[in-house]
Design a protein around this ligand. Structure first.
Ligand code: F6R
Ligand code: MG
Ligand code: MG
Length: 370
């Protein structure tokens, strides 16, 4: 256990069953998870908040035990297991889907749930934004993090605020080769973009200010790479700190006014536009989507979570939602054709290879002289 006065925010999520199909988490499951975390407040936890986006149950916890703490991860795991049991009894769809292991061992990473954690000394006043997405993959955050922390056309603070003027450091994970690298911006912007422009493989894990202040943390777990088979998309989460020498809250959420095309949507096999929505609309409907993102805004006070404010529940995001619907119509018109359907190498992690196995024996060689 980390005994320092630092605060840790842990956002851990899993799809443990939903209704109907892969659309929405049941209110009784949310209640159960909230109750289990409340019981840990005052001992393991300082505070907690339970919510969902689409079919993903989201556990936001504050404590002083640092990242990767065994007891915190075990609490999250046990909460998911208890909720999955309930989901099984209720015959919810995909009950227990993301719990890929039979028993907990040390850390939920590698066992199915997605994890974003951030540890810091509380500033005089500390705004925190928790982003949660359904029907997409961890690399979906790359575009938005780049805009927030490296693009002066999005974040005038990079130009105007002397505390941010030196820029930021991005840690990028290669989720296929299990290696990592750090890039300093603005001086290594082009090198950073060379990698993060391919979000299925290269994922921004952390962002720091150049003086070492932690600014953002994401979940990078790829379910199919862990399970070795298709188990839905990874549906990532992200924590971002804001203000006083970091991008303002409004600079952090401004990039979501662009309808960015991400991988995921139906059967984890299609490109589609990411729609920012309020909690009331955090359910997947059309073609099991479109992919959705919510943003819950908090102030942290001695580890207590003040809030949330439902940031995308606002007419300022109506226009991007309209554009998302137009793009969804356009992409859907492509049916089973690329680029709506993912490229063949990404389809390797879906159920398509099983269809190809069935057809394998039907292929005949073409003579060299053809
Ligand atoms: C996407 C997702 C859904 C399912 C689809 C088929 O991440 O979870 O789009 O892939 O509903 O689900 P099954 O195969 O369970 O009928
Ligand atoms: Mg699901
Ligand atoms: Mg999901």
């Amino acid at each position: 256990m980390n005994c320092m006065a630092k605060i840790t925010i842990s956002l851990i999520k899993a799809d443990i069953g939903s209704l109907p199909g892969h659309s929405h988490t049941h209110s009784l499951i949310l209640e159960k998870a909230a109750k289990l975390l409340k019981e840990a407040e005052g001992t393991l936890l300082i505070d907690s908040f339970v919510t969902h986006v689409g079919d993903d149950l989201q556990l936001l916890m504050t404590h002083r035990r640092g990242e990767d703490d065994r007891d915190i991860h075990e609490l999250a795991w046990n909460t998911f297991v208890a909720c999955a049991e309930m989901a099984k009894e209720m015959k919810l769809y995909g009950a227990g889907q993301d719990l890929l292991s039979d028993a907990f061992s040390c850390n939920v990473k590698g066992m199915g749930p997605g994890v974003a954690e951030i540890e810091f000394e509380e500033r005089k006043s500390d705004p925190l934004l928790a982003f949660m997405a359904d029907k997409t993959e961890p690399g979906a955050w790359n575009f938005f993090l780049y805009k927030m922390f490296a693009d002066p056309f999005n974040t005038p603070g990079l130009v105007i605020d002397p505390q941010m003027h030196d820029g930021f450091i991005f840690e990028v994970h290669d989720v296929k080769m299990k290696r990592k690298i750090r890039f300093r911006t603005p001086e290594e912007t082009y090198s950073l973009l060379a990698y993060i422009g391919a979000p299925s493989r290269y994922v921004v894990k952390y962002v720091w200010r150049k003086d070492g202040l932690i600014a953002a943390s994401t979940s990078t777990q790829r379910l199919s790479l862990i399970a070795g088979r298709y188990v839905g998309k990874d549906d990532p989460v992200m924590l971002v700190r804001a203000q006083s020498g970091l991008p303002a809250v409004g600079e952090v959420i401004e990039p979501f006014a662009t309808p960015v095309i991400v991988a995921g949507w139906m059967r984890g096999s299609h490109h589609g536009p990411l729609m920012p929505v309020g909690l009331m609309d955090a359910k997947c409907t059309r073609f099991d989507g479109p992919p959705r993102v919510i943003c819950m805004g908090f102030q942290i006070n001695e580890g207590k979570l003040l809030g949330p404010t439902d940031m995308f529940d606002d007419p300022a995001y109506d226009r991007v939602r309209d554009k998302v619907n137009d793009l969804a119509d356009y992409l859907r018109a492509h049916g089973p054709f690329e680029p709506h359907r993912l490229s063949l190498d990404e389809m390797e992690y879906t159920t398509l290879p099983d269809v190809e196995k069935q057809l394998k024996g039907r292929w005949e060689n073409i003579p060299e002289t053809w």
